[in-house]
Design a binder for this molecule. Structure first.
Ligand code: SF4
Length: 230
């Protein structure tokens, strides 16, 4: 089992100063249409990850882009397709904080930026949520990796205690009044237990919990099959 904070040091492989590695820019159908930049590098290893090959081979894919270049590409895609939303997705966008904050500064006011994150670093770095709170056209989607620490560990291979950082991220976002909602993969076993835990952070939080459908790629199903929950 690994420590996701230590694995976050992978940021040095996928960053050059304020530049970050990306492997794709594209229009996507989610959120009613959204311009998407897919970054390279993650501090988790979820068995159901659809970008498994990118996550595990960060040095072999992608190119470095400055925040201004990413903002320009996303804005152009949004303009071309009439989208009002843009996002960074693919792997974990929070790994290079300098890059992300600089990118957010460059997002035009008429576009909503959706930050899709596992929340580990927002839970770990108490200033992260405070820094994000400065951006009003930002919404954060925190993808929880299981319903409790044991399931988190089974699904990610990380040490169980780091599940608390995902919940801490929600607490920090709540504290600094950042717009956010939690999501969890729909194979979660104890959904009611998770909802109860979310209600402790904020009574209405469980109502905004998004169930993320598992994408049943053969490799994903094969990796999931190897997990035992005893
Ligand atoms: S956090 Fe996301 S990108 Fe990272 S391994 Fe998990 S599913 Fe893949």
């Amino acid at each position: 089992m690994y420590d996701p904070i230590r694995l976050s040091e992978i940021a040095t492989q996928v960053s050059k100063g304020s530049e970050r590695k990306y492997y794709r820019f594209r229009p996507a159908k989610f959120y009613g249409g959204i311009a998407t930049a897919d970054c390279v590098g993650c501090n988790l290893r979820c068995v159901y990850c659809w970008a498994w090959n990118i996550v595990n081979k960060p040095s072999q894919v992608g190119e470095f882009y400055s925040p201004a270049e990413v903002a320009e590409k996303l804005t152009k895609i949004a303009g071309r397709h009439g989208f009002s939303k843009i996002r960074v997705s693919g792997n974990e966008p929070t790994l290079n904080k300098e890059h992300l904050l600089s990118l957010l500064q460059k997002v035009p006011d008429n576009l909503l930026f959706i930050l899709e994150t596992n929340g580990i670093l927002i839970g770990h770095d108490r200033d992260y949520a405070r820094d994000l709170s400065k951006f009003k056209n930002l919404h954060v989607r925190v993808s929880l990796k299981g319903g409790d620490s044991k399931e988190f560990s089974k699904l990610t291979g990380a040490k169980p205690e780091f599940f608390s950082l995902q919940l801490k991220a929600l607490e920090n976002l709540e504290k600094y009044k950042v717009s956010y909602h939690p999501a969890v993969i729909d194979i979660v076993r104890d959904l009611d237990g998770l909802k109860e835990r979310l209600s402790e952070i904020k009574p209405s939080l469980s109502e905004s919990l998004e169930l993320e459908p598992l994408i049943e790629y053969p490799q994903v199903l094969a990796r999931l099959k190897k997990i035992t929950f005893n």
